[in-house]
Design a protein around this ligand. Structure first.
Ligand code: ZN
Length: 98
């Protein structure tokens, strides 16, 4: 059993990131919507209506969904060219409905 609660998420994140290496993880054609949602959820979660980065705890409300998500300085998930996470989540859910 892992000693720390965060370990499984970290391992999963690393594994899936490797799987889609060299591609945008949210656009990767190799991943189906369920895996993309799983990957998305290793970095972000929704709590009390706000989207939160699991690593730096930066948050964004739904009304700001089109805005750039501002991670805390030094957060490993800060990717300047990535789509806003609300938008990425929307695309994943759209895809899952066909
Ligand atoms: Zn972050």
């Amino acid at each position: 059993m892992p000693s720390k609660r965060g370990d499984p998420f970290e391992r999963l994140h690393t594994a899936v990131k490797g799987y889609v290496e060299g591609t945008d993880p949210y656009k990767g054609l190799a991943m189906d919507a369920e895996k993309q949602l799983f990957y998305w959820n290793t970095t972000f979660e929704i709590l009390s209506g706000a989207l939160i980065c699991r690593f730096c705890f930066a948050r964004q409300r739904l009304v700001d969904a089109e805005q750039k998500f501002l991670h805390a300085e030094g957060c490993q998930h800060s990717q300047p060219d990535s789509r806003p996470p609300w938008v990425a989540l929307h695309d994943i859910l759209d895809r899952s409905r066909g």
